[in-house]
Ligand binder design. Structure first.
Ligand code: COS
Length: 400
């Protein structure tokens, strides 16, 4: 099944995005037939290898460190994730984690850290992970409790991280810990922790409804060198937020890929399924449902492409502006709408839709986590609402 690419004609995109969309679609259509996804960990390793060999992971890092473009390009990330997600949620996951897991190094790493980690991520030689969440700190990042204490020649890490994507298969973790306990969000710092560091246990795998590599990490007397500190001490919270600001629009891209696949499956089914002397597609009920699905997808798509374009435009202008509200809107609307679209697709498939192994049944499970990870819908509402309250133009008669 080939994804519709008409949206790439929109003015948010340029010629390079259009050819990227065409090329990755052709590649993914073939690659998906070569990878056995029955074991999610083995499949993710294979996808990272294949994505590296195909050159697609070069979009996860800047050109100076083996990347495809001078800076991370949000629209390319969206196009790639949308297309990969259409074909394989695991391929999308493997791609996305290379970007999210190394994003903090791209943003704040020293020259030595960037040289050491980024080219290998772009080649697919190493697997990256982003370790922020904890049992007691998911949405409330400032509440994280993992401690990093100074030693004579580095840092001692102690605590627990959980729901860490690529946990157990990653070669390194960009990990966030408190360096000052009472300083709230200003007391958090980032570290690069290599897998295999004594005191880091990443073997506790977590099983989830849409299987992908996920684990709890335990840090006990985990000693890392001074040069493992990523960015400045105390700047970890902002670094995590800046990384998420980039990748949230791409989560929306993945949701669009899932939703477009569900719509394509539904259209195919409605045209071929015979019912009451005609086809399912002949009924107004079906036409109305498909109409709603298409409009829901486009609403999410326009917000997603706007968010990605805004960031790329700011990078192009070298403008020092924070773009948080628009990616938050994109992620919230695209993932919530995709859930509705996929639910409608499953309903339209009737009994076939709940058969384990059917495409819409898998999508129904795949989409759910996207409304939670990288900031739940409620967190996005908070970000959007705070921004609207802070930036609203005061009424002339309000006496403000
Ligand atoms: N970029 C740069 N700086 C940012 C920022 C951003 N996107 N967001 C917040 N900051 C800064 C603020 O400006 C503030 O700076 P000062 O201390 O200088 O004033 C500081 O960071 C604290 O910000 P804020 O007060 O908004 O923090 P909160 O504790 O209220 O938390 C939310 C804000 C809830 C939005 C944040 O914790 C969040 O995004 N949570 C979800 C995390 C998430 O996505 N988890 C999933 C993990 S990956 S699967």
């Amino acid at each position: 099944m080939t994804p519709d690419r008409k949206h790439l004609e929109l003015p948010f995109f340029d010629a390079a995005h259009r050819s990227l969309g065409r090329d990755v679609a052709a590649w993914a259509e073939k690659a998906v037939t070569t990878i056995d996804e029955s074991d999610d960990r083995a499949a993710c390793r294979q996808w990272v290898r294949a994505l590296g060999d195909g050159g697609w992971l070069r979009y996860c890092v800047p050109a100076a460190f083996g990347g495809a473009l001078p800076a991370l390009d949000s629209r390319s990330l969206v196009v790639l994730r949308e297309t990969l997600a259409f074909h394989s949620p695991l391929a999308d996951f493997a791609f996305a984690m290379q970007g999210l897991g190394s994003g903090a190094i791209t943003l704040a790493g020293s020259e030595a850290q960037r040289q050491r980690y980024l080219p290998a991520v772009a080649r697919g030689d190493t697997i990256a992970a982003f370790a922020l969440s904890e049992p007691g700190a998911g949405s409330d990042v400032a509440a994280l409790a993992t401690r990093a204490e100074r030693t004579a020649d580095g840092w001692r890490l102690h605590g627990e991280k959980t729901w860490i994507s690529n946990g157990g298969i990653a070669d390194f973790y960009c990990l966030f810990a408190k360096t000052e306990v009472d300083a709230g969000s200003r007391g958090i710092s980032a570290f690069i922790v290599d897998a295999g560091t004594p005191g880091l246990d990443d073997r506790h795998a977590l099983a989830v409804m849409s299987p992908h590599p996920l684990a709890t990490l335990t840090l006990r007397e985990c000693l890392v060198p001074a040069h493992a500190l990523l960015g400045s001490q105390g700047a970890g919270f902002k670094l995590a937020m800046q990384t998420l600001d980039i990748f949230r629009a791409s989560v929306a891209g993945a949701a669009l890929g899932f939703a477009r696949r569900a719509l394509a499956e539904s259209v195919q089914h409605a045209r071929s399924r015979r019912m009451f002397g005609g086809h399912l597609a002949d009924f107004q009920l079906t036409q109305a449902k498909v109409g709603q699905m298409a409009a829901d997808i486009d609403a999410g798509a326009l917000l997603t492409y706007r968010a990605a374009w805004m960031r790329d435009d700011a990078v192009r202008r070298n403008a020092d502006v924070r773009i948080s509200s628009e990616p938050a809107m994109a992620k919230m609307v695209a993932t919530e709408n995709a859930q509705h679209v996929i639910d409608a697709a499953l309903q339209m498939h009737g009994g076939l839709g709940v058969m384990v192994g059917s495409r819409v049944e898998a999508l129904y499970r795949d989409i759910r986590a996207l409304r939670i990870y990288e900031g739940a819908t409620e967190v996005q509402q908070l970000i959007i609402g705070r921004h609207a309250l802070a930036t609203a133009v005061p009424r002339a008669d309000a006496g403000e």
